[in-house]
Design a binder for this molecule. Structure first.
Ligand code: URA
Length: 440
């Protein structure tokens, strides 16, 4: 079998056999297939797609490319959570401790930034001292003692996804439905949880631009999960506007602390609470209504913030920076970005906001790039807000003035300011489970 023939077959719209899929997954993981051939195959898949059998087989080949985690030493129904990515999407870091505070054990593997979207692991690493690659034994111990743990994709867990993800990130092949479905579900299957909650983002800041695409991706992932005996639920969430006000690693950590302490931005509180309530529901903690009430109590009584601090401490992080977020590392330079005219923020190009944050230093342009954890954006105005000419739309943070210049240009281009106020938008569009598709 030759990689050249597999690339050519997919380029011409062919359907790959199980053996061909196994060949490129194993060959790339073993270092026998070079990046340039794998990139070409990804681009062919991007344009030609994959059918349901190809996607399911790719998922399992990836999941089985390394170790499969055994979480059976953690008591209770373990629930995993995954987001398909967004801008300012810090939901995982809020809803994992929130779910743990209502008794849902979570032992979770998270990813790094991809394309214009941020990554949970990069955000965690921005807390001084945090080690996102503990030993397998320590990972399980933290899950058992604290009730939740989030770490990076270390060791030999789904090495196929680890290598695919890094290559797709820099070859413009991220937003392909079969590649996202297999990436997400292979990790979830290898990571061993009993039940899975998927946050499938949709809109101009997400990889899936339309609700229909996001529902279809959700349907495919739920089917893959159910076929291997993992109850899976997907919620389609809005990403036509960044989640919360902060985009960038330490900035988002500070916002996570605000949300968990009950004074974060309302959109973030609402989205994260609903996701956490669904995790609790999947763990059979009550009706959805009871789970929502329990989650609200866990924010009000401080127990969710307490869980977050315990988890960060267990991973070696300096929790003083969570109680007083002004102690988190601060950017060398900052600048306010001002509105060019009066009006309402009619719409935001959310991907552009993510790109501005990457250009400021918060993300990677190549696989080898280092991240500036302190870089990013604090938005003062979002879609629907009135603004006067000269007022701040947001503040940008970077390590150098020239990066601020570039970031400012891109961020300004993300704002569509008009005389009329836009219609309000929903946070959730649909819930997909084995019972079917419920649209809101
Ligand atoms: N999140 C993932 O884990 N994988 C993707 O491909 C996209 C988003």
């Amino acid at each position: 079998m030759r990689m050249y023939d597999i690339i050519e077959k997919k380029r011409d719209g062919g359907v790959l056999s199980d053996a061909e899929i196994d060949f490129f997954v194993h060959g790339y993981v073993a270092g026998e297939i070079p990046d340039y051939q794998m990139s070409a195959l990804f681009m062919a898949i991007f344009f030609q797609g994959m059918d349901a059998r190809e996607t399911a087989h790719l998922t399992m080949a990836m999941a089985q490319s390394g170790d499969m985690l055994d979480l059976s030493s953690i008591p209770g129904i373990k629930v995993d959570k995954h987001s398909t990515g967004g801008v300012g999407d810090k939901a995982t870091l809020v809803c994992v401790p929130l779910a743990a505070a209502v008794g849902v054990p979570v032992a979770k593997i998270s990813g790094r930034g991809l394309g214009h979207t941020g990554g949970t692991v990069d955000k965690m690493e921005s807390v001084p001292g945090v080690q996102v690659a503990p030993s397998r034994e320590r990972f399980l111990e933290i899950a058992r003692t604290v009730g939740c743990v989030v770490v990076g994709q270390s060791g030999n867990l789904d090495p196929a996804d680890k290598k695919f993800y890094a290559l797709r990130d820099v070859t413009a092949t991220v937003n392909s439905m079969p590649l996202i479905a297999s990436s997400v579900m292979s990790k979830k299957i290898a990571a061993g949880a009993d039940r899975i909650l998927l946050e499938v983002t949709c809109g101009n800041g997400a990889f899936m631009k339309s609700v229909d695409e996001a529902v279809e991706l959700s349907r495919q992932m739920v089917e893959i999960g159910e076929n291997v005996g993992r109850t899976t639920v997907a919620l389609v969430t809005d990403m036509n506007v960044p989640l919360g006000c902060c985009v960038g690693n330490t900035l988002e950590i500070a916002e996570v602390c605000d949300v968990l302490r009950g004074h974060g931005p309302q959109d973030t509180v609402d989205v994260c609470s609903e996701l956490a309530a669904n995790m609790a529901y999947l763990a059979e903690k009550g009706t959805l209504g009871e789970c929502r009430a329990a989650v609200r109590r866990a924010i009000d009584d401080g127990s969710a913030f307490g869980k977050f601090c315990e988890m960060i401490a267990a991973l070696g992080g300096d929790v003083r920076t969570l109680y007083d977020t002004s102690l988190l590392p601060q950017a060398a330079c900052m600048r306010e970005v001002r509105a060019p005219r009066d009006g309402f923020v009619f719409a935001m190009d959310t991907e552009r906001v993510g790109t501005a944050s990457v250009v400021l230093g918060a993300g990677r342009a190549t696989k080898e790039d280092a991240i500036d954890y302190t870089a990013g954006i604090r938005l003062a105005r979002k879609t629907g807000d009135p603004v006067a000419a000269g007022e701040a739309l947001g503040t940008i943070y970077a390590s150098r003035e020239d990066l601020l210049d570039a970031g400012e240009r891109i961020l300004l281009g993300a704002y569509d300011i008009r005389d009329e106020r836009p219609a309000s938008h929903a946070h959730f569009y649909a819930r997909i489970s084995r019972e079917g598709i419920e649209r809101f």
